[in-house]
Design a protein around this ligand. Structure first.
Ligand code: HEC
Ligand code: HEC
Ligand code: HEC
Ligand code: HEC
Ligand code: HEC
Length: 287
């Protein structure tokens, strides 16, 4: 070889190797960033819709609950998009001439469903289920953001694998009482806004979340339990012993939480959430 190539070409070959390496890395980084860019994930984009439906007006303005329209979110994998009938419950009477609502009236008259563009759309090879997330104490806003403040719907999060795993590796930071699932403004407990939880009977077969009862006001200030006690007829001269004999249901014992960390770990246990390791295994989402 030395006869054909002199020393300088050796250096040249090394240079070009290094250069090729650099170009490959640069390309990789670019592709990776493209993968995460809103252009690919559609995060934050507001797609064209047949009707400019405003969650802000209907949820924050009119006070409609999410389940009024997304009826299956607690009991199936899909939250569901409401049929035209749901809109007509009101729009047969109000805003009946609005040009904006012409597609809704058309759909109602012809029986052809409105074709909404999906804002969130996971690839088919990923399994996702609303029911389990909602029933294990994850609020809509943890994944979809402040929907009640969105004039037009957009995706708050990327829905990329990394995003799912970020929570599956540490669910405690997002868990809340199931009674707060639809609370868009939920912030978790703090010193100023504590949360009290009690654990009831655990019936087998029933989602464990059902047996946890949490309140955002101090249950000790709700008034003495005995006030509502009804003694059996004739027990007019009730003594403490009589009261005990009447077999009061034991008052629930409440635990006070002043941080998300404390509440999260309590709920993790009560809701029987699997370990981060189990929740990050491939089969959970790729079946
Ligand atoms: C009056 C009916 C109505 C109510 C109430 C309502 N929604 Fe919707 N929602 C819709 C309609 C219609 C669409 C489809 C059009 C769109 O994307 O804006 C939709 C779309 C969505 C989407 C995006 C679906 C997709 O394409 O990926 C999310 C997320 C959502 N709603 C969450 C909520 C949450 C959370 C609440 C409660 C705070 C709520 N909605 C209350 C009617 C409603
Ligand atoms: C509970 C009654 C109710 C239901 C159900 C309802 N709307 Fe409305 N909608 C209203 C009222 C009231 C207004 C006027 C709001 C305003 O101006 O503040 C309105 C306004 C609108 C507007 C005008 C723009 C805006 O947001 O102010 C559009 C578009 C609209 N609704 C679409 C829909 C669609 C699509 C559905 C079904 C998915 C639907 N609405 C369901 C009561 C309802
Ligand atoms: C753990 C995260 C998470 C939570 C919590 C969550 N969602 Fe979703 N939501 C998603 C994902 C991911 C999709 C996309 C699903 C797909 O493409 O198959 C989605 C899709 C939707 C859609 C589009 C239609 C459908 O059925 O797929 C609606 C509507 C919706 N969510 C409403 C809600 C409401 C209302 C709540 C609260 C009761 C809620 N979501 C809670 C992650 C979540
Ligand atoms: C904010 C937290 C959070 C996010 C974000 C989240 N998850 Fe989950 N996920 C949970 C929790 C908590 C459970 C319940 C675990 C348990 O009960 O052991 C769960 C359970 C699941 C399960 C198990 C369902 C079953 O029936 O066994 C699947 C599948 C799943 N998630 C898929 C996803 C996918 C896909 C995404 C992203 C698109 C996602 N999750 C995003 C918290 C989250
Ligand atoms: C919590 C749910 C979840 C778990 C657990 C999970 N994935 Fe994914 N995975 C996803 C989601 C969501 C996507 C789709 C991402 C997108 O659309 O950008 C995905 C996409 C992929 C892709 C396609 C390429 C890509 O990045 O878009 C591959 C390959 C993959 N996952 C492999 C795995 C392997 C291997 C494991 C186990 C180590 C695993 N996943 C565990 C949710 C999960």
């Amino acid at each position: 070889m030395a006869q054909i190539f002199d020393r300088s070409s050796n250096a040249l070959a090394r240079m070009s190797l290094v250069l090729t390496g650099l170009i490959v890395i640069a390309l990789g980084v670019t592709l990776d960033q493209l993968q995460r860019s809103p252009w690919v994930t559609r995060q934050g984009q507001r797609p064209d819709q047949p009707v400019p439906f405003s969650h802000k007006h209907h949820v924050q303005g009119l006070g409609l609950q999410c389940q009024y329209c997304h009826t299956t979110v607690e009991k199936s994998s899909y939250a569901g998009i409401p049929p035209t009938k749901t809109c007509m419950n009101c729009h047969a009477q109000i805003w009946t001439n609005a040009q904006l609502l012409e597609p809704v009236r058309q759909s109602w008259a012809t029986g052809n469903s409105l074709v909404w563009t999906k804002v969130h759309d996971l690839p088919d090879f990923v399994y996702f289920n609303h029911e389990i997330h909602v029933n294990k104490g994850l609020g809509c806003s943890s994944c979809h953001g402040r929907v009640d403040e969105m004039p037009l719907m957009y995706a708050q999060n990327t829905l990329q694998m990394e995003w799912c795993l970020n929570c599956h590796r540490n669910p405690a930071k997002n868990l809340r009482p199931t009674s707060e699932i639809y609370n868009m403004a939920w912030k978790g407990p703090s010193e100023d806004h504590p949360v009290w939880c009690s654990v009831g009977e655990q019936k087998s077969g029933v989602p464990t979340a059902d047996s946890v009862n949490c309140v955002t006001h101090n249950p000790a200030e709700a008034g003495p339990q005995l006030a509502s006690l009804e003694l059996p007829a004739g027990a007019g001269h009730g003594t403490v012993a009589d009261v005990a004999a009447a077999k009061l249901p034991a008052a629930p014992i409440y635990q006070k939480f002043t941080s998300q960390d404390g509440l999260g770990h309590f709920l993790l246990k009560q809701y029987k959430i699997r370990t981060p390791r189990e929740l990050s295994s491939c089969e959970v989402c790729h079946r």
